[in-house]
Design a protein around this ligand. Structure first.
Ligand SMILES: Nc1nc2c(ncn2[C@@H]2O[C@H](COP(=O)(O)OP(=O)(O)OP(=O)(O)O)[C@@H](O)[C@H]2O)c(=O)[nH]1
Ligand SMILES: [Mg+2]
Length: 254
């Protein structure tokens, strides 16, 4: 059994713990607590004839844990750095995490940059051009946009991290690495798919007429699947309420 150590880091609130919870337990937990210090997850893989136990080290991103950080990077085989598409500063601060990775001799091709929260497309501030500049600036090779909310591209991110780990340990050839990497990249879902257009529809609150966005609707119904949310969102006969009116109506009926 190969042990592959993967660091999952990035500024606070970018979705690291949510991604790992969603990957391992298969459910989206809204409003996870901030990670105090570090969380640890394991998952077993069978990849290219290798049995692998992945150790995912989920570091707390807020600055007050920075003094702990470099200890955990030691011995890592790959690193997943997560930014939040609705907060550009989470990408601006990447140089700090990249320098930590370099200190323990992780090279650019061992780092995966993840741009998370694609489902909040109506609050998205970071555009693809800006991400391209970041990739060039730090000579990174791998960028994947994800939604931990909908599990979009999550499996691919972590399988790629394991693949990089196997290469780092010399367990697979360069050719095997390239072939499987291409296979994974072909499975990356584009955010410009049909659902993206569906989610662009703007509804109005039945009570106060304020515009409602899919991201608000989806975060107040966190337990529903993507398919169910889209189905409801597209139904013109349903009454939608904004958070405020919904609360008011609820308290009136009590
Ligand atoms: N809509 C949406 N919300 C997300 C997504 N990923 C995470 N969140 C929300 O973002 C908030 C922060 O998520 P966490 O997973 O705790 O972030 P973190 O990076 O682990 O934060 P620290 O532990 O402080 O470093 C939570 O309210 C999550 O529900 C996503 O893909 N879409
Ligand atoms: Mg966390």
């Amino acid at each position: 059994m190969e042990i592959i150590k993967v660091i999952v880091d990035g500024r606070g609130g970018t979705g690291k713990s949510t991604m790992l919870q969603s990957l391992i337990k298969g459910n989206f937990i809204d409003n996870t607590r901030i990670t105090i210090g570090v969380n640890f997850f394991t998952k077993d893989y069978f990849l290219l004839e290798h049995e692998v136990r992945a150790q995912f080290w989920d570091l707390g991103g807020v600055c007050r844990f920075d003094f702990l950080r470099s200890n955990y990077y030691k011995g890592a085989h790959s690193c997943v750095l997560v930014g939040d598409l609705t907060r550009p500063n989470t990408f601006e601060e990447l140089n700090y995490f990249i320098s930590l990775a370099r200190e323990v001799n992780l090279t650019s091709d061992q780092i995966i940059l993840v741009a998370n929260k694609t489902d909040l497309f109506d609050c998205r501030i970071v555009d693809p051009d800006y991400l391209r500049l970041i990739m060039e600036k730090y000579h990174l090779e791998c960028l994947i946009e994800t939604s931990a909310r909908f599990r979009d591209n999550l499996e691919i991110v972590f399988e790629l991290a394991i693949l990089i780990g196997l290469r780092t340990k010399g367990k697979i050839t360069e050719e095997e690495y390239q072939d499987h990497r291409e296979f994974l990249e072909r499975r990356i879902q584009s955010v410009h798919d049909e659902l993206y257009n569906t989610r662009k529809i703007i509804r109005k609150c039945w009570n106060c007429s304020r515009p409602l966005y899919f991201s608000e609707f989806s975060s107040t119904n966190a337990s529903l699947s993507k398919e169910r949310l889209v189905e409801l969102w597209e139904n013109p006969h349903l009454e939608f309420y904004c958070c405020n009116c919904f609360k008011n109506l609820e308290s009136q009926s009590e």
